[in-house]
Design a protein around this ligand. Sequence first.
Ligand code: NAD
Ligand code: WQD
Length: 341
Amino acid sequence: MAKILITGGTGYIGSHTAVEIFNAGHQYIIVDNLSNSSIDVISGIEKITGVKPIFFNIDLKDKTLTEQFFNSHSDIDSVIHFAAYKAVGESVQEPLKYYENNLLSLINVLENIKLHKIKSIVFSSSCTVYGQPNKLPVTEQSPILKADSPYGNTKQISEEIIQDFIKSNNGNCKAVSLRYFNPVGAHESAEIGELPLGTPNNLVPFITQTAAGIRAELKIFGNDYNTPDGTAVRDYIHVVDIAKAHVAAINRLLNHHNKSDFEVFNLGTGKGNSVLEIVKTFEAVTGIKLNYRITERRPGDVEQIWANTDKANIELNWKTQTSIGESLLTAWIREKKYRRI
Ligand code: NAD
Ligand code: WQD
């Protein structure tokens, strides 16, 4: 059993990971400043696990507060670093806010990892680092293209910062960077899920809110892509499968099974689904007819991307277990529970 710090642990992926870290028998502490999550998530996790999580409301941009936290928790074995801003569009409008938050928080965490001789970190990266790859499915060796957004750039720079940090640390610290494709769905209990703040940018929350009557219609952004049905293709992966991959990554690091001090893994299903396929699957599993309309393409969208997951499947001994239909159903059940409908 190890003690894991989960930064951003009241967020969407962090909260699901906290549950799986608990299920795997580890102890954990959550640090989050609630800038994009709610304190209610703590009771959601408690309802699932039966144990109230230890939680600290700390802004990791704040060097002093971060130092104080680590000074009073010197027995942390490993860190899973989720804390970051993630809205692509907002990052284009307010780039400095994104560079400041995502990079300063990471640097403060790494400084304390060094100071307190913490042995490992798992970092939340994104398939956005690949842009539109020339070859599909995309492997970890695929080139990193110039980022389309400041948000995407923070992920690229963060990976570089971590690599430099690991190199400078003479083998005292190891890192795994997990590049998530499109996380969707919620815990089967529906006690936790994606927090719907404002109008969703992502497809699945937009679908569930349309089904719930909160949005009048779903706009499908473009049907003239070079894909089988003309709509864009992504690799949608259930959030609990992503959470379980973090357990696999943590155990790999704790058990010294890593092959190098900095490793990267794609987290996807290995299968692409078009926007129309997602809509049709949602309708099939829920029995709800969605009001949707084809509109023009969304600027900045890539046409198609899905993951080659061989490396994660073999090295992490991890595979996705949830079908896209099941994933969408959990998203809908969570939406209904949250809205009390
Ligand atoms: P989220 O916004 O739900 O969770 C992030 C959490 O970090 C939030 O609870 C927020 O309050 C917290 N946070 C942000 N800045 C902080 C700070 N300075 N100090 C303390 N806490 C802070 O997002 P998520 O979807 O759970 O994403 C988690 C991580 O995964 C992020 O790093 C994100 O960039 C990355 N990621 C997400 C996706 C996705 O589609 N959801 C895809 C790829 C990568
Ligand atoms: C999926 C598909 C849209 C909404 C984003 C970030 C990426 C990563 C995951 C963090 C696209 C289409 C969407 C709608 C639609 N996050 N769509 N109507 O764009 O693949 O990735 O989230 O790292 O960095 O860019 O996800 O869910 O926004 O879109 O037709 O109302 O659904 O055009 O083809 P995306 P998404």
